[in-house]
Design a protein around this ligand. Structure first.
Ligand code: GDD
Ligand code: MN
Length: 385
């Protein structure tokens, strides 16, 4: 007769064998925002595309208002291959992909969209290629022989070409389709790049290529980019700004933070606004100098606050009452910054430095002061959706 202990041992061994057979070889990470009506069909299509592979699918949902996360969890209750990473109070395609990859363990990982634009039928070929080990990453490409961008309109197609060209100039990446959001890679290659990622915006593939410690060995596999089945694209002008920030981070980011560059550009615009207002008040309207200067400063600071809030700190932008508080802290910080600017310049000038060195030093120190203090007091706290 079997003792309880041997029975338990046999039971554990059976569970271990089952687990071994079903442990995923491939984790497919799918970022979602407002894709409730697509997720079930996507799982079905992947199941059909990969009949002989142990795979899992990790949806990373940024708390979509349509309840995508709950739909995914309800699928997961019947199928353990379907998992959900539900992020609350966060947005961002790149960071979603990375967190999905980091939340999985399979030796190979893929990233694809939830809207069927990325043809799942090439997944087996992609897996074969990375598993053979001659390449670190396989990219689903619209721009190699056999691929196409489907029914994108001319404007979007031209924009995509331009963006790809820009990326080739700014980074050492020479892919035909660097803007692709569809790829598969070994976990090892991903981990090599993971700590260098900028995580800004949409272009995770480009980020990975540009962050890899040594050039990734890659292959591009063609596919036809299909029309979106349901829901809408999240690509907009904000995504373009993010893209510019990503390229800035990848090119000059190790010298100056791209946020500081953006802040300085806004600051330079503010100076123009200031001078224009001053001229108008003083010369055209005959207001006295001190009043004109003060009015111009307030207007320029107000404009700068809103521009920085919309662009430089888009991921942390303030609204409602917090925006009012933010504006006041911005005035205070920039006021002190202006005083520091004048003070330093004056000190350098009277200690016999060239007038332009004195002036420039004042501006530089004022800018760094403004940037440093407003990043702590005005746009503090984590990003918001
Ligand atoms: N978690 C999360 N958070 N997911 C997001 C977010 C977000 O902030 N924004 C978009 N997504 C999800 C969408 O639900 C979709 O599954 C996927 O990311 C791509 O978003 P789309 O809005 O469909 O982008 P697209 O079709 O304009 O562009 C896609 O395809 C291009 C060509 O491959 C993206 O993958 C681009 O990066 C890619 O260049
Ligand atoms: Mn899409």
């Amino acid at each position: 007769m079997l003792t309880l202990e041997t029975k338990l041992q046999a039971h554990s061994a059976r569970i271990a064998a089952d687990a071994h057979a079903t442990a995923p070889l491939l984790s497919i990470v799918v970022p979602t925002f407002g894709e409730r009506d697509n997720v079930e069909e996507l799982v079905r299509r992947i199941d059909l595309a990969l009949p002989r592979t142990a795979w899992e699918i990790v949806f990373v949902d940024d708390d979509s208002p349509d309840g995508t996360a709950e739909t995914v969890r309800s699928l997961g209750r019947h199928d353990p291959r379907v998992r959900c990473v539900h992020r609350i109070g966060r947005r961002g395609l790149s960071s979603a992909c990375v967190e999905g990859i980091l939340a999985s363990s399979a030796p190979y990982v893929a990233v694809m969209d939830a809207d069927f634009q990325h043809d799942e039928k090439i997944l087996p070929l992609m897996l074969l290629r990375v598993a053979q080990g001659n390449v670190d990453i396989v990219v689903g490409s619209r721009h190699v022989e056999g691929g196409s961008i489907g029914n994108w309109n001319n404007r979007r197609a031209a924009m995509s070409r331009f963006a790809a060209q820009l990326s080739r100039l700014a980074t050492r990446v020479d892919l035909q389709d660097p803007m692709s959001g569809y790829f598969m890679m070994s976990r090892e290659a991903f981990m090599g790049a993971a700590r260098g990622l900028s995580l800004i915006g949409f272009k995770i593939l480009l980020d990975i290529f540009a962050s890899a410690p040594k050039p990734l060995r890659y292959e591009e596999i063609p596919y036809r980019f299909r029309g979106r089945l349901s829901g809408e694209s999240k690509f907009d002008s904000a995504a373009m700004w993010d893209y510019a920030m990503l390229l800035a981070d990848k090119t000059i980011g190790h010298v100056v933070p791209p946020r500081f560059v953006a802040f300085s550009i806004v600051g330079a615009l503010g100076t123009l606004v200031h001078m224009a207002t001053l001229t108008l008040l003083l010369k055209a309207l005959g207001v006295d100098f001190n009043l004109s200067q003060a009015g111009a400063a307030v207007l320029a600071m107000t404009g700068n606050f809103f521009l920085n809030n919309a662009l430089t700190y888009r991921d942390k932008r303030l609204a409602g009452r917090r925006m009012l508080v933010g504006l006041l802290t911005f005035y205070a910080a920039c006021g002190i910054g202006a005083a520091a600017n004048v003070g330093i310049a004056d000190y350098l000038f009277v200690s016999h430095h060239a007038w332009w060195i004195a002036g420039l030093s004042g501006v530089l120190i004022g800018a760094v002061w403004n940037y440093a203090t407003t990043s702590v007091f005005t746009w503090r706290g984590p990003g918001r959706p």
